[in-house]
Design a binder for this molecule. Structure first.
Ligand SMILES: [Zn+2]
Length: 288
């Protein structure tokens, strides 16, 4: 569930709490979180104890924590998946159920990774940078908020593609960080039907899609992300953007633009909300 704005908010709220802090000790309570990432649990712990937090970056929905460890620089790549939380709390605070990792910091606090659904993963990589890491990370498309991601670039990437807009926005190789919430909200704000094929958009449509995608992501970051159920930021606070959602979770309610009932349909295999009037399907390009 956490998408680009939520992971970015976690990054922004963790950075001032972690940068310059040292890991005094580390408990791996559920080895699942490290399993399959190429580093044994004991080794994971041994390499990280004594390390200092030196950078916090984000790529798509991945959080990349840079560390200066006794044996050289390391990167800890985290994906929160459905229900993962990464929060800094006083060490004395009760340890909640489903806590997988406890990083004991040198200031009497702990960074804790909790995840009831257990899909989240922590992958340890050597070096301060590079193109290595989990396959999902290596294959990510451009960052939608990057300066270089222009409407023209979006148009080039969409040209001639028959895939539906909903599927395209969810494809992490096409654009990084967008999930179900922000795909639906972007398409509503851009007035585009989620089942529209990418190749049917004209230049004006592409510009509108580009503008609304960036706008909704920025607004959501400004509101600390969207909390539907589990998500909290690095200080344990809920995001406020749920109040600004126009279609996501609003099926059966009146559209804020035209009063028509918001519909829900399965498009590209995912539950999708849209206004059938504000987001009418356009005729295909080249149709008579
Ligand atoms: Zn409407």
């Amino acid at each position: 569930m956490p998408e680009l704005p939520e992971v970015e908010t976690v990054r922004l709220t963790l950075a001032p709490q972690l940068l310059g802090r040292r890991i005094r000790d580390l408990a791996v309570l559920h080895p699942d979180v490290v399993a399959g990432t190429g580093v044994a649990t004991d080794d994971f712990r041994a390499r990280l104890v004594g390390a200092e937090f030196s950078a916090l970056r984000r790529r798509g929905k991945y959080l990349i924590i840079g560390l200066r460890a006794p044996e050289g620089p390391l990167r800890l790549v985290l994906h929160l998946r459905m229900t993962g939380r990464l929060v800094v709390v006083p060490a004395a605070e009760e340890v909640p159920k489903h806590t997988h990792l406890r990083f004991v910091l040198d200031d009497g606090r702990e960074l804790r990774f909790t995840d009831p659904r257990r899909f989240g993963r922590a992958c340890l990589l050597p070096g301060a940078g590079g193109r290595d890491g989990p396959r999902g990370l290596r294959e990510l498309g451009p960052e939608p908020l990057a300066a270089g991601f222009s409407a023209a670039e979006l148009g080039r990437r969409m040209a001639g593609r028959k895939v539906r807009l909903k599927a395209l926005l969810l494809d992490q190789r096409f654009v990084a960080g967008v999930g179900n919430i922000y795909a639906d909200e972007t398409l509503f704000r851009a007035g585009l039907h989620p089942a529209q094929r990418a190749c049917d958009l004209d230049e004006t449509d592409v510009r509108r899609l580009h503008r609304q995608l960036r706008r909704v992501l920025r607004q959501a970051i400004g509101q600390g992300g969207t909390t539907i159920r589990d998500y909290v930021d690095g200080r344990g606070r809920r995001g406020e953007f749920a109040l600004a959602l126009q279609v996501y979770g609003r099926e059966g309610e009146a559209c804020g633009g035209c009063g028509t009932m918001i519909e829900r349909a399965v498009i590209a295999g995912r539950s999708t909300r849209f206004c059938p009037r504000c987001q009418a399907l356009k005729a295909p390009n080249g149709a008579p």
